[in-house]
Write a protein that binds this ligand. Structure first.
Ligand code: HEC
Ligand code: HEC
Length: 326
């Protein structure tokens, strides 16, 4: 069973709201310039604030008796199912892994991996449905991920700030590099995103000369930034692309056609509906024709058919659609 965006949609909106509210600029992420959110300390306290705040970890995880979410494992010591808090548990899991793979996998590696590649090790009894926390709408920076790691290590573990921050192991460093690179590209998996695009968007949008013509071509769309693209999907009416406004035409018999004005000539106009049907109406038959800026021909319930992962994947796919430099 997939957790569809419907179920987490209110959550997404809240997160998006908070994130717009604090004026957190996604362009800083995509530019790769400057430290985002310098107010956060890389410390267990800083990480705790993120865990119960921006990181949204608490929407799926609890810590002992704190919190009530059960979709992910409890990060504290809790009942028989969780005999060890996360820091100690990470050391235990890392030891098993190191023995199996014959490497030096350590507790920090384990916790960082759970965020860098949530699918790499799926805790028994749970589904592979942990969010990519460095992708929208959560968008943690590397610094924030380090802070959260120190918080989880402080729960019964051997807290070593150097291993987390200044001199990470090779394995952790590789995850950090992956996180930085992926965050710049939107955080998801662009290959999977291409398929999601094909199934949900290509009927209306062209890319590299292929696809439908109902919506604007999306070549070079990355130039508009991650925030713009994610809003276009979640709230299509927020900013209607120029030339793609929604027209409502009522003819003299009272019939209504809603869609894009795809042709406007002296004698007649064409309205292209969202399903691609074209309605041609003679100008002499038109009673009323106006733009409705509260509607987009792009469906606003697209997110209902997408999982959070689909959404993150499609964003990273679109972030790779760079403008051509001739
Ligand atoms: C959408 C729900 C969701 C969110 C949000 C989420 N997680 Fe998870 N997490 C899970 C699930 C489900 C699992 C178990 C499956 C797996 O191992 O991937 C898990 C597993 C983990 C594990 C491994 C636990 C263990 O017992 O070994 C860690 C560590 C973890 N998450 C940390 C975090 C942190 C830190 C955040 C916030 C920055 C976070 N998660 C946000 C769902 C979530
Ligand atoms: C039924 C047709 C239709 C489908 C399906 C559709 N769109 Fe759209 N899309 C439009 C139309 C029409 C516009 C222009 C009006 C607007 O901005 O809302 C648009 C606008 C956009 C924009 C803004 C483009 C710009 O330059 O301003 C983006 C980004 C976008 N769509 C992405 C997507 C993605 C991603 C999907 C699939 C998940 C998708 N669309 C599915 C019709 C569609």
């Amino acid at each position: 069973m997939n957790v569809t965006v419907t179920r987490v949609f209110p959550f997404l909106l809240v997160v998006l709201g908070i994130y717009l509210w604090i004026g957190y600029s996604i362009t800083e992420l995509t530019d790769g310039g400057g430290e985002v959110n310098t107010a956060i300390d890389i410390s267990p306290e800083g990480g705790e604030a993120i865990y119960w705040g921006k990181g949204r970890c608490f929407t799926c995880h609890s810590v002992g008796g704190q919190g009530s979410a059960v979709r992910g494992p409890n990060h504290g010591q809790f009942g028989e199912k969780f005999p060890m808090p996360m820091g100690a548990r990470a050391a235990e899991r890392a030891k098993e892994r190191a023995e199996k793979e014959g490497n030096d996998f350590n507790a920090v590696d384990y916790i960082v991996e759970s965020m860098a590649s949530p699918g790499a090790y799926v805790v028994k009894g749970y589904k592979n449905e942990m969010a990519v926390v460095y992708a929208p709408p959560i968008s943690l920076s590397l610094k924030e991920i380090k802070a959260v790691t120190s918080y989880l290590m402080s729960l019964g573990g051997d807290l070593d700030m150097e291993a987390i921050d200044t001199s990470p192991s090779e394995i952790t460093q590789a995850f950090y590099s992956k996180i930085s690179a992926a965050a710049e590209a939107g955080g998801g998996d662009p290959g999977a995103g291409a398929e999601v695009f094909e199934d949900n968007c290509a009927e209306c949008h062209m890319l590299a000369e292929e696809g439908g013509e109902i919506g604007p071509a999306l070549d070079g769309i990355s130039a508009k930034g991650l925030k713009f693209i994610s809003e276009s999907i979640l709230q299509p009416t927020k900013a209607l692309a120029k030339g793609f406004e929604t027209w409502v035409l009522i003819d003299k018999e009272g019939r209504q056609s809603i869609g894009l004005k795809s042709r406007d000539e002296a004698a007649e106009v064409d309205i292209t509906k969202a399903n691609g049907d074209v309605v041609t109406v003679a100008k002499t038959d038109i009673k009323e024709m106006k733009i409705d800026d509260t509607k987009s021909v792009m469906p606003d319930d697209l997110s209902e058919g997408l999982t959070v992962k689909d959404y993150q994947d499609i964003l990273s796919f679109l972030m790779l659609q760079k403008p051509k430099t001739e």
